[in-house]
Ligand binder design. Structure first.
Ligand code: GCO
Length: 483
C-alpha cells in the first residue's frame, strides 16, 4: 500500500475508527505479498498469443496469403531470413498447447484470428475450414475451463487487401466491418471478451511509416492515412460487435503503452516527453473517447485532417468496455533537433544504464518494473476498466539435455512487474487482469525466431515444447503453492 494512504489509515485508526486494535505494519506486509490471492478472487490471469506468430499452416486448408507471409518472403527485413510459414505449428498442436496452459493454471487464453484464414480474399468468400479451426480452439479452451479472449486483428492483413493499399485505403473500414461481423456471428455464442485491435500504433508506424514491418511502406502520408483509417475501424469494429454480440459481451481494444519521462528537467526535454507521450500513449485512445487526435502535442500528425471528411470526428468514437494495456519498458525522452516531425528522441536503453544492476532484455529493452505502475496510473485517468493484455521479456535461454530451461531473469521480471501491478491495484487503479506475453517462444516479427519470450521453450526443429522454470513458477503462483 502506498505509504501516504497507509499513514492516513493509521491516523484514522488512532482516532478510534477501528474497533479492533489496528496492526498496521502486519497488514501492510500482508497486502504487498505477491500471491494470487492478493489480487482478489475475480482478477484474471492469462497468457497471450497472436495468429501470425504461432499458427504456421500459412497455406493450409484454404488460408489465403497475408501481408506478413509475403513480407517474410520478399522483404529481406526479417533477421536470418526467417519466415512465419511454420512458426510453432499451433494449427496442429493446439490441443497440447491449450492443455499445457490449463495445467499451468491460467484463467484466460488470449489469441487472435487470422483474417486471411477466415476470408482468404479479404471479403465475401468464407473459408469454412478456417472457421472450423477457430471453433476447435475456442471449444478446447472452454472445455478446459478457460475463457477465450479473442483479438480480431493482430497485424496480419489479407495480402489481397494490402495490394489495394491496405490500411492506407479508406475502403479498409468496410472490409474490416465485414470481417468483424463474420467473427461476431460465428464465435459470439461462445466468446464473451473481444479486442478489436492489437497495438494500432505498432502496425501503423512500423508498417507504414518506418517500413520495418509488413507491408514495409514508408512516409508520413502513408502513416497519416493508415492512422486515420485504423482509428475509424477501431470504432467501427466496436459498433459492429455491439450490434451483433449478446448484451453481456465485453468489448475492448489494446494499446502499446510506455511511461515517458524527460531525460532532464530542461523545458525542451519536457516538451520532447509530452510529444512522445502523445505519440506512444494517446494517439489511438483519445479519438475513441471523443477527445480527438492529440495534434497540439504531436506536430507529426498536424496534417491528419487532410485525410478526414466531415463527420469523421464522431465516427472515431466508441464506448469501449475495457482497454488492454501492453507494456514492456519505460521511455526516456530527449529533445532532438534532427527529427523535425517529432522533436524528440528515444534513448537507447543501454545509454540509460548508469546502474550496472539494470537488466536489458534480448530486445535491447530496459527492464523497468515501476514503469508499468506509472503507466497504469496514467491510463486509469481515462476511467475505464484495464487489463494488462501483454507483458513479458525475451532473455537468452538454453535447453539443457534433461529438458530443463533455467530462466531466473524472466521469473524475476514477472515478480517485479506483477508487484507493481498489485501496487497500482491496491492504490485504486481499476485493473482486472494480467495476461503474460507469451505462452511459448514464437515468431517475433522482424526479429525472426531469435528472441525467446515464452514461458514454454519451443524447439523449432521438432516442434517439441519444454516448460521453462518460469512456467513452473507460474504454476506454483497460480495454484497458490508456496514459492
Ligand atoms: C506486440 C505484439 C507481440 C510482440 C511482443 C514482443 O503487441 O508488440 O503483440 O506480437 O511479440 O510485444 O515484442
Amino acid at each position: 500500500m502506498e505509504r501516504r494512504r497507509f499513514m492516513q489509515l493509521s491516523a484514522l485508526a488512532g482516532a478510534g475508527f477501528f474497533l479492533k486494535p489496528f496492526n498496521g505494519l502486519a497488514q501492510e506486509t500482508a497486502m504487498n505479498e505477491l500471491t494470487k490471492a492478493a489480487f482478489g478472487k475475480d482478477f484474471l490471469f492469462g497468457t497471450a498469443t497472436a495468429a501470425a506468430q504461432i499458427e504456421g499452416a500459412w497455406n493450409i486448408d484454404g488460408k489465403g496469403p497475408s501481408n506478413w507471409d509475403v513480407f517474410c518472403e520478399k522483404s529481406r527485413k526479417i533477421k536470418g531470413r526467417d519466415t512465419n510459414k511454420e512458426a510453432c505449428d499451433f494449427y496442429h498442436k493446439y490441443p497440447e498447447d491449450i492443455a499445457t496452459m490449463d495445467s499451468i493454471g491460467f484463467d484466460v487464453f488470449r489469441f487472435s484470428t487470422a483474417w486471411s484464414r477466415i476470408l482468404p480474399y479479404g471479403t465475401k468468400h468464407v473459408n469454412q475450414r478456417g472457421i472450423d479451426f477457430y471453433d476447435r480452439v475456442i471449444d478446447t479452451t472452454l472445455e478446459k475451463g478457460m475463457q477465450p479472449w479473442l483479438t480480431l486483428y493482430h497485424w496480419d492483413l489479407p495480402q489481397i487487401l494490402e495490394e489495394k493499399g491496405g490500411w492506407t485505403n479508406r475502403d479498409v473500414v468496410s472490409w474490416f466491418e465485414e470481417y468483424v461481423a463474420l467473427c461476431a456471428q460465428r464465435f459470439g455464442d461462445r466468446v464473451k471478451n473481444w479486442m478489436v485491435f492489437n497495438e494500432p500504433l505498432a502496425f501503423t508506424s512500423l508498417g507504414y511509416l518506418l517500413g520495418m514491418h509488413a507491408p514495409g511502406k514508408l512516409g508520413i502520408k502513408n502513416f497519416l492515412r493508415a492512422t486515420h483509417h485504423t482509428t475509424l475501424s477501431q470504432a467501427a469494429g466496436g459498433r459492429v460487435l455491439r450490434e451483433l454480440l449478446p448484451a453481456n459481451a465485453q468489448i475492448g481494444t489494446t494499446f502499446s503503452v510506455s511511461a515517458v519521462e524527460p531525460r532532464t528537467e530542461k523545458e525542451k526535454d519536457r516538451r520532447a516527453a509530452r510529444t512522445l507521450d502523445a505519440f506512444l500513449n494517446r494517439l489511438f485512445i483519445e479519438p475513441a473517447l471523443g477527445m480527438g487526435y492529440p495534434t497540439e502535442d504531436l506536430n507529426l500528425i498536424k496534417n491528419i485532417h487532410r485525410h478526414m471528411v466531415p463527420g469523421d470526428e464522431e465516427k472515431m468514437i466508441f464506448d469501449f468496455d475495457f482497454f488492454g494495456v501492453q507494456n514492456y519498458f519505460r521511455t526516456v525522452a530527449k529533445h532532438s533537433p534532427f527529427i523535425p516531425f517529432l522533436w524528440a528522441n528515444f534513448l537507447k536503453a543501454k545509454k540509460l544504464v548508469d546502474d550496472p544492476e539494470t537488466q536489458i532484455t534480448e530486445m535491447g529493452w530496459e527492464v523497468s518494473p515501476t514503469g508499468i505502475y506509472r503507466i497504469l496510473k496514467q491510463f486509469n485517468n481515462y476511467g475505464k476498466p484495464l487489463y494488462v493484455t501483454e507483458n513479458g521479456a525475451a532473455f537468452h535461454d538454453t535447453l539443457n539435455p534433461d529438458g530443463s530451461v533455467h530462466d531466473p531473469l524472466r521469473i524475476k521480471f514477472f515478480q517485479d512487474y506483477l508487484s507493481n501491478v498489485l501496487k497500482a491495484k491496491q492504490e485504486g487503479v481499476d485493473i482486472r487482469g494480467y495476461f503474460l506475453w507469451t505462452f511459448m517462444d514464437n515468431f517475433e516479427w522482424a526479429e525472426g525466431y531469435e528472441p525467446r519470450f515464452g514461458i514454454v521453450y519451443n524447439d523449432y526443429e521438432t516442434q517439441t515444447r519444454y516448460l521453462k522454470d518460469s512456467a513452473l513458477w507460474w504454476q506454483k503462483f497460480l495454484t497458490e503453492q508456496s514459492l
